[in-house]
Design a protein around this ligand. Structure first.
Ligand code: ATP
Ligand code: MG
Length: 594
């Protein structure tokens, strides 16, 4: 601490850090043992004192690509573990047999690694699959039945829904609720052995059908579903419900702080009941995990619903899951956003119980901060028109003469070798850097005006050439001698404008993909709005321009700042040295400010 205001929270403090710090101070988890692998009470009792001070987990369902919201959960869970000498488990919550695929497992692992996190700690890979816990979950279910705390309900789905009641009305006990443990055990085993049809029965906890918390009105624990599971094949025809499986997964893994989003707040009493009960029955190790909820990250100008993202892909509104306009991790990565920028943005978005919206611009701000000191500078001409320097041959005695020019690779890193390129009698400039009839306040090229070609000479515009349709085909100018940047006379002629350019002789042609926000509305799907109504028609523009010769060896994923234009990246899929493809990540400043 640096100041006298010791009682004031650190700027980055949040309620989760406070809870963890309190638990560490109280030694809540200090006596905990961890056997090195997940397991029940007996397993962990045989283990060593846990070398991890806390355990958190990131538990995605492998049923889709991760998005910016998941990045928040990843940075939070892995970040807290790193901060407090803990370990964060990477866990696939793959208890639902139907929707899960290896493709998603691979892409999720890839995304977490790319964001800079690692589940390897204390010599162990803490990569877990909830489906490996099916045996234990089944055993725990039988234990609940034997304790008279669970029963097999054979009401129809409709009856069950009706008898659950609602906010204003208590539920009604199922006629199957009074079955004896022996009867329930027999029926549950019949479920397991495939003697009942899909949906014919569920195993339910026996809690309180009148609870004001509907989640406690005898929640379902197991259902019958004949479906092949990617890990366990056809071993099971009954599968645990998420709300039953998740707390058990946490406990088997020795998780201390189970962090989830607010929609699970109402499930916490159930989480506590289940784990306390299984601890009392001697099945799970103590001290058990606790659940804490925070408000999910909502980012303006994007949607994060998996279903809607899939719709964008399926309807070819975007070019796949990794389209650079997608808020998926693969999309953000291809767009050129860096792991550091994404993590910084997630940290700044904060962690609280109060929901809110994080402006998409904060991601661009984080990106600029990350790349400002790192990304090499270069010039690019996005909408090229030729500029001819008509006195070149006269001044340098040959049209073929080239004036070598240099520019800093990055002004913050003077130790780097400067970029080299050259000026010749014809250069590419931006079409809008010339105006035949300048508007008031226009300081760039117009007949009679002088500007500096950045890192080169001051030139004076003399006019332009046009084709039959009146379109400008070339801008004409003369070089003013002795004004070269970096030479003693450079400042003799004062100019109000400096423009970027590239020599026609050494500029590299490039495909430039100018990406912008996918939606024009800040909350495209809020309140059930049709998000397709606010698609931004200008979210992708592909143009053919030129880039500086210093980028001849640019590799896919390399990032640069194009002077005056913003941050760009060599496309990680399509870019090659012979056919450069460059994506715009973000402008130099926010063009969306209201
Ligand atoms: P589904 O609708 O399929 O449940 P999901 O986005 O919740 O989608 P999960 O795979 O269950 O997907 O998410 C993994 C973890 O990421 C969960 O702990 C979830 O709470 C968290 N998470 C998902 N979206 C956000 C978000 N916008 N902000 C913060 N955390 C999120
Ligand atoms: Mg979920």
């Amino acid at each position: 601490m640096t100041s006298a205001t010791d009682s004031a929270p650190k700027p980055s403090s949040n309620f989760l850090r406070q809870i963890i710090e309190r638990d560490l101070a109280d030694g809540t988890y200090a006596q905990r043992r961890f056997a090195g692998t997940p397991g029940d009470a007996a397993h962990h009792a045989s283990g060593q004192p846990d070398p991890a001070k806390i355990r958190t987990r990131f538990p995605p369902e492998p049923n889709g690509y991760l998005h910016i919201g998941h990045a928040k959960s990843i940075t939070l869970n892995f970040g807290l573990a790193a901060e407090y000498a803990g370990v964060c488990h990477m866990r696939f919550d793959d208890t639902n047999p139907e929707k899960e695929e290896q493709e998603y497992v691979d892409s999720i692992l890839d995304a977490v690694k790319w964001l800079g996190f690692d589940w390897h700690a204390n010599g162990t890979d803490h990569l877990y699959y909830a489906s490996n816990y099916f045996d234990f979950m089944y055993r725990a279910a039988e234990a609940l039945i034997n304790a008279g705390l669970a029963y097999v309900d054979e009401q129809t789905a409709d009856e069950m829904r009706h008898n659950r009641g609602d906010f204003g009305h208590a539920g009604t006990d199922s006629p199957f609720r009074t079955r004896t443990p022996a009867e329930n055990l027999a029926r549950f085993r019949a479920m397991r052995d495939g003697q009942l049809a899909d949906g014919a029965a569920v195993l339910r906890a026996k809690l309180d059908m009148a609870s004001p918390n509907i989640n406690l009105r005898d929640p379902a624990l197991y259902r019958i579903k004949r479906a092949e599971h990617h890990n366990t094949g056809n071993t099971w025809c009954i599968y645990p419900m998420y709300t039953y499986a998740h707390p058990i997964e946490d406990a088997l893994e020795g998780i201390t702080h189970s962090v989830c989003t607010l929609e699970f707040e109402d499930q916490r009493p159930w989480y506590d009941w289940l784990l306390d009960t299984l601890c009392t029955l001697g099945l799970l190790a103590q001290p058990r995990p606790h659940q804490y909820e925070f408000a999910r990250l909502n980012v303006t100008y994007v949607i994060t619903s998996k279903r809607k993202l899939r719709q964008l892909v399926d309807e070819k509104i975007v070019d796949g899951w990794d389209d650079p306009r997608m808020p998926t991790i693969v999309g953000l990565r291809r767009r050129g956003y860096t792991p550091d920028a994404i993590r910084l943005m997630c940290e700044r978005a904060g962690t609280s119980k109060a929901g809110g919206w994080t402006d998409y611009a904060s991601l661009d701000i984080a990106l600029r901060e990350d790349l400002e000191g790192k990304a090499p500078r270069a010039m690019a001409v996005i909408d090229p028109v030729k500029l001819r320097l008509t006195n070149w041959a006269e001044l340098f005695s040959s049209e073929a003469h080239r004036e070598p020019c240099h520019a800093p690779a990055n002004p913050h890193r003077p130790e780097l070798a400067p970029r080299a390129f050259s000026l010749g009698h014809e250069v590419w400039i931006e079409r809008d850097d010339f105006a035949e009839l300048p508007a008031k306040g226009f300081f760039r090229l117009f007949p009679g005006n002088k500007v500096r070609l950045k890192y080169g000479y001051v030139i004076e515009c003399t006019g332009c050439e046009k084709d039959a349709s009146g379109a400008i085909t070339a801008v004409l100018a003369t070089v003013i001698p002795d004004t070269r940047s970096g030479t003693p006379g450079a400042d003799a002629v004062k100019v109000k404008g400096t423009i970027t350019w590239l020599g026609v002789h050494d500029a590299l042609p490039a495909e430039l993909r100018l990406y912008d926000r996918l939606f024009t509305e800040a909350q495209p799907d809020a309140g059930g709005k049709d998000f397709k109504a606010s698609l931004n028609p200008a979210s992708k523009k592909v143009v053919h321009g030129f880039i500086e010769p210093s980028l001849a060896n640019a590799q896919p994923d390399d990032k640069f700042q194009f002077e005056r234009h913003g941050y760009f990246v060599a496309d990680r899929i399509d870019h090659t040295a012979s056919k450069p493809v460059i994506n715009r990540i973000a402008g130099l400043k926010d063009s969306w400010v209201k």
